[in-house]
Design a binder for this molecule. Structure first.
Ligand SMILES: [Zn+2]
Length: 231
């Protein structure tokens, strides 16, 4: 089967994960060199840790903000943003919290795991954008701490965000999964929705994943090279 071309589709959905941002130097979260090999999430990235010691959790997230802020979108992000400009029906659903899609010009990005660049009042649940590094002030005017608007370990995914992702997957005609391991929920479930709706499916990854056999097309290589091959 020849590689599908973006030009042959109207409603393209990019479903992206850590493998896309790895090319920008963003650390992956799992596996060797992943940040959770270095930091125990139970101390830094779950609600229990935040309740116990919000300052420590913010110190860690300020480091993450500084590290991510120093990275630039790569050609993979740029190609996705270009395809979206050329084809109005293009959407992006991501597991990444780094904001690199938006920085490359993508719009309407559905962020399944939240964003490093949004904060939420831990008491009132108001959400706002915040790109300060270090994040300041750490407390809302109500006196409660802001917390990163990230889906931490042990947190549930936001239901409305998940529903939006489902809608887009059910109506796309081309699904391109980029750099997702296929292991973490809902990475394994969401592509099945697109497949059931009859979309053409492409998996871009360096290696095979547990869900690779479900995809019609499997492109092996870096996200930027493989996305370029679909132009
Ligand atoms: Zn508040």
């Amino acid at each position: 089967m020849s590689t599908p071309r973006f030009a042959d589709f109207q409603r393209i959905l990019f479903f992206t994960g850590a493998g896309l941002s790895a090319e920008s130097g963003i650390p992956t979260y799992r596996g060797s060199g992943g940040i959770w090999a270095e930091y125990d999430y139970e101390d830094y990235a779950c609600q229990r840790a935040f309740v116990r010691d919000p300052e420590k959790v913010w110190d860690f997230h300020d480091k993450r903000r500084a590290a991510v802020g120093a990275c630039e979108p790569n050609d993979g992000h740029r190609i996705i943003a270009e395809v979206q400009r050329e084809r109005a029906g293009t959407s992006v659903v991501t597991q990444n919290i780094d904001g690199l899609h938006q920085r490359s010009g993508a719009t309407g990005v559905v962020e399944l795991h939240g964003s490093l660049w949004r904060v939420r009042c831990d008491r009132e649940h108001i959400v706002r954008d915040d790109t300060s590094v270090p994040m300041s002030p750490r407390k809302c005017s109500c006196g409660a701490y802001w917390r990163p608007d990230i889906v931490w370990f042990e947190d549930a995914l936001d239901q409305r965000t998940l529903e939006r992702a489902h809608e887009l997957l059910a109506s796309c005609d081309l699904l391109v999964s980029v750099g997702t391991s296929g292991v973490v929920y809902p990475a394994a479930e969401l592509p099945r929705i697109a497949m059931r709706s009859g979309a053409t499916t492409v998996e871009i990854n360096l290696d095979d994943t547990p869900v690779s056999p479900l995809y019609q097309h499997r492109l092996r290589g870096t996200a930027s090279d493989m996305l370029a091959s679909m132009r």
